[in-house]
Write a protein that binds this ligand. Structure first.
Ligand code: TRP
Ligand code: ZN
Length: 894
């Protein structure tokens, strides 16, 4: 369960949603479909040094009064009009230096308010009204259960007031909030609370000052009746930081792990980068309705409850890791993102790629580095490579977009992190850490570009990154081939690279690619030192001398670059690497390659209606010796025994035959389970729980092996497995083991399954995040009437169309987790998804667009699936779509 990949792809969640606004469709479907280009960047015509915001929260709507100190930007040439972005709100008044403007003194459009020729320095006052109660887009100010909260990244601030909604306008904010004291006892905004008190008529107020200038996307406000847990952290230089974590009442006992994780992250950033927190308080608020995982607003993070809540009985080991890593990620943004921010949104990876890289290193330092890295590699291969090979392929630094929210992608985040990792690897650890410090010192308080970052890296490390910059500019996954020649004690290694064309780029230049290499003799002993070859031409050759016999090569060790390597190795060589390789990532990768060889051959045979291809004896021998001498790290054993996912297998084909792939994977799994039934039973019993739940490397590794053994045994419905799984379900003191049992029972019909599922639904009825797990299980169950089942759940009271976590659990759980039904040849799975995208697009375009991304890569699927997917895309394209969904659908059909 890779924690970080989940953040973008499939956030699970919940919260007590007692009160929901009546669903009101957005009346503004006049989407801004204008395409923006990176090359068109112009500095802002005006800067705003100080912002004073005043929020008057009422049941009928929220009045916003903004007062801005505006001045002409000395660095801006050209037109002197002031553009204030704003949408979906009611303007009351505009005043310059206290004088109200007449309606003829400004131009008010659907998306902006423009003042043609204001003075060169002035005070601007704007009054407007917004309607958080009916804001289901979850951008700007909106309601989540009992909480009013904001989400401003990327351009949500323009749903709050008229303002230059761009990150290169940085201001110091003072925020006053006034609201009913009973309904909203807690009032929060960025920075320090400098004043609070009674406002009469049962109302109260609070004033906050944030001493750091920031872009408006980092603005945040929260009001609600909230429970809280509190702790403190003393920084290395002695600053006492007040740590508070708020949620709706009754959830406080699910927040301790998040708080502990925050303190771990604060200590790690001090130890590793020498970076200390810079305010006196760090406040986190967990809300049930949130479009993404979390948001790094300065001093006031807002989180999806799915990335905060973790209690042994309600959350799995995967959830614990997700919470830890997302909490750390948002904390790390305080420097990489907030203190130094992005000049424009094309630079998003400047903060996200770097922060994901920092999060990855943090996670690796929490234990089990090999397995943690394996999870990161899996995310790249299974999620990023498909994006890079599909209609939405784009460079880490995109050239254009229609809707920025569509570019919070796995490419910008995770490939961006891999690009940073390559720089770190070329520089060496200490030089890299120094270079990041140099970058942060040089640009503190500025809004900068990826180019600025690369220049800072070069200045500090002395590396020449000229050609390396192509990693930011060119989309697509490079394909490498490796061939060897051995004679006269000499080994010649030849590497080639080429990158397939992507939608906007037909010609690709060679990348600068670090390829780590090690060699082993027949006994598994290393031959010579590991090397890092630097492949920077289309084709290169290296020679190594002094061998007694041809060595076994372990290539791209640790996944030194986000590339596909084609290096056909014999089953015997792979088995040897699986057993001997000193790098756990490479041991795992050898196992994956061995499985893939079989799976691809079998899927190909099945696709061509030929008899299934049998697995070689070498594969079973390798598994047998792995089980005989398992690695100490139990999670590594589990990873090595896990077959490549359907997506990974599908990636090996130009157009996937889903049923051939699924069939091949199921057959191999069953064959392994049949041959090793006894060993899996032994493994299961040796790894069963023996004490109370603890979340640590050893225990979660043990639980992974236990779950894996159950899963293999369930794949063949082994005698007694149903009762055994039910007993595990009943006896478990933790959600990890419960989910292992339910996962095993999921596709087995019969009494045990019914009893466990029914108990689960009753026991966790009041825990929406846990019920998301149930929704996912239901939606992913293999059954003939799976589509009818999903349609029924869409109407179920436990489902809630306005909550993104519910939608992701049910529709994501179906489309991603139930290949057989989603890709059924009759196209009904696609039709169901398209129906719901259309319905959702009127409420929450950001989420609808994310779901549309599941239909866009239709070319990657063989017919009839591919054509049936395209049909639904065409149907969507003929409807009145938001800019978000429209952009995805158009890319899919282009
Ligand atoms: N900056 C956030 C992060 O990665 C991402 C994010 C949270 C976001 N909420 C969003 C992006 C809403 C777009 C829209 O940490
Ligand atoms: Zn981030």
């Amino acid at each position: 369960m890779a924690a970080s990949g989940d953040r973008l792809a499939a956030m699970a969640d919940a919260s007590g949603h007692r009160r929901h606004p009546t669903i009101q469709e957005q009346d503004d479907m006049t989407a801004n479909t204008q395409r923006k280009y990176r090359a068109d960047y112009q500095p802002p015509a005006y800067l705003i040094d100080d912002v004073a915001l005043d929020f008057d929260i009422r049941d009928t709507g929220t009045r916003v009064r903004g007062q801005y100190q505006v001045r002409r930007n000395p660095d801006a040439a050209g037109a002197a009009a002031l553009q204030l972005d704003g949408r979906d709100m009611q303007l009351h008044s505009v005043a310059i230096d206290g004088r109200a403007l007449g309606a003829d003194e400004y131009e008010l459009g659907e998306h902006a308010l423009v003042i043609a020729a204001p003075p060169s320095q002035f005070s601007l006052t704007i009054e407007n009204e917004i309607d958080p109660e009916h804001n289901l887009a979850l951008e700007g100010l909106y309601r989540s259960g009992d909480i009013l909260c904001t989400q401003c990244e990327a351009t949500g601030f323009s749903r709050i007031t008229y303002f230059p909604d761009r990150p290169d306008v940085m201001s110091r904010y003072t925020t006053r909030i006034e609201a009913d004291a009973d309904q909203y006892p807690v009032l929060l905004a960025n920075g320090n609370c400098v004043e609070s008190g009674d406002a009469g008529a049962g109302r109260h107020y609070a004033v906050f000052e944030d001493p750091f200038a920031k872009p408006c996307y980092l603005f945040a406000l929260v009001a609600g009746d909230l429970g809280m847990i509190r702790d403190s952290y003393t920084t290395a230089s002695g600053r006492e930081v007040d740590l508070r974590l708020y949620t709706e009442h009754g959830n406080e006992d699910q927040c301790d792990h998040a708080m502990a994780s925050l303190k771990q992250a604060m200590a790690w950033d001090e130890d590793t980068y020498g970076l200390e927190y810079d305010l006196d308080s760090y406040v986190t608020v967990a809300v049930g309705s949130f479009n993404m995982g979390a948001m790094e607003n300065k001093g006031l993070n807002v989180f999806n409850t799915a990335c905060i809540f973790a209690r042994a009985d309600t959350a799995t080991d995967g959830d614990f890791a997700l919470v830890r890593d997302v909490v750390a990620h948002e904390y790390f943004h305080n420097y990489t993102g907030n203190r130094v921010t992005c000049r424009d949104w094309f630079q998003l990876s400047l903060k996200e790629g770097l922060t994901v890289y920092r999060e990855h290193q943090f996670a690796i330092d929490q234990g089990s580095p090999g397995v943690t890295r394996i999870g990161q590699v899996r995310t790249i291969r299974e999620v990023q490579f498909p994006e890079d090979g599909g209609p939405r392929a784009h460079p880490v630094r995109p050239e254009s977009y229609v809707e920025m929210n569509n570019f919070y992608t796995i490419t910008v985040y995770e490939k961006g992190a891999e690009v940073i990792r390559m720089i770190a690897q070329m520089a060496g650890r200490d030089a890299f850490l120094r270079a990041v410090r140099h970058y942060l010192d040089k640009h503190d308080g500025q809004a900068v570009t990826i180019e600025d970052f690369v220049v800072a890296m070069e200045e500090s490390t002395g590396l020449d990154l000229d050609q390396f910059r192509r990693w930011y500019a060119q989309a697509g996954t490079p394909r490498l081939t490796l061939t060897t020649e051995f004679d006269q004690n000499q080994l010649r290694v030849r590497l080639t690279q080429s990158t397939p064309a992507t939608p906007d780029q037909s010609e690709k230049q060679p990348f600068d690619i670090p390829v780590a290499l090690a060699m082993f003799d027949a006994q598994g002993l290393p031959v010579g030192e590991p090397q890092v070859l630097r492949l920077n031409q289309a084709e290169q050759q290296w020679q190594f001398d002094g061998f007694d016999a041809q060595p076994t090569i372990s290539a791209l060790r640790g996944f030194t670059a986000p590339v596909k390597l084609d290096y056909p190795q014999s089953d015997a060589e792979l088995a040897r690497l699986m057993a001997f390789d000193s790098d756990p990532v490479s041991r795992w990768d050898a196992a994956q390659a061995l499985y893939l060889n079989t799976l691809v051959a079998d899927a190909r045979a099945r696709g061509a209606d030929q008899p299934p291809a049998a697995a070689p004896q070498a594969l079973f021998d390798a598994i047998e010796s792995l089980l005989a001498t398992p690695p100490d790290d139990r999670a590594l054993l589990a990873e090595m025994l896990t077959l490549p996912s359907e997506t990974r297998i599908g990636e090996q084909f130009d157009a996937t035959d889903v049923f051939a792939v699924n069939g091949a994977r199921r057959a191999l799994k069953q064959e392994i389970a049949r041959r090793f039934t006894g060993l899996f039973e032994t493994l299961r019993d040796a790894h069963a729980a023996s004490g109370p739940y603890v979340f640590d490397v050893a225990e979660s590794g043990r639980r992974r092996v236990f779950a894996l053994a159950l899963d293999y045994l369930a794949a063949i419905d082994a005698p007694g497995i149903r009762d055994h799984a039910l007993a595990v379900y009943n006896d478990a003191d933790n959600m990890t083991d419960r989910m292992a049992a339910l996962g095993a029972l999921r596709d087995l019909t019969g009494d045990a399954r019914t009893r466990a599922m029914t108990d689960f639904a009753e026991r966790w009825a009041d825990y929406p995040l846990v019920m998301d797990k149930w929704l996912r299980l239901q939606a992913s169950t293999r059954r003939d009437d799976a589509i009818a089942q999903v349609r029924a759940l869409l109407e179920d009271a436990r489902f809630d169309f306005t909550n993104p976590n519910r939608v992701r659990a049910l529709l994501g759980g179906f489309a991603r987790g139930n290949g057989e039904a989603f890709h059924h040849a009759d196209g009904q799975g696609y039709q169901l998804l398209a129906d719901e995208i259309l319905r959702l697009d009127r409420l929450n375009p950001q989420l609808a667009a994310a779901l549309a991304g599941l239909l866009a890569p239709w070319r990657r699927y063989a017919s009839p699936q591919g054509t049936a997917m395209r049909e639904q895309l065409t149907r969507l394209a003929a409807s009145d779509l938001s800019a978000n969904t429209g952009e995805i659908v158009a890319a899919g059909l282009a």
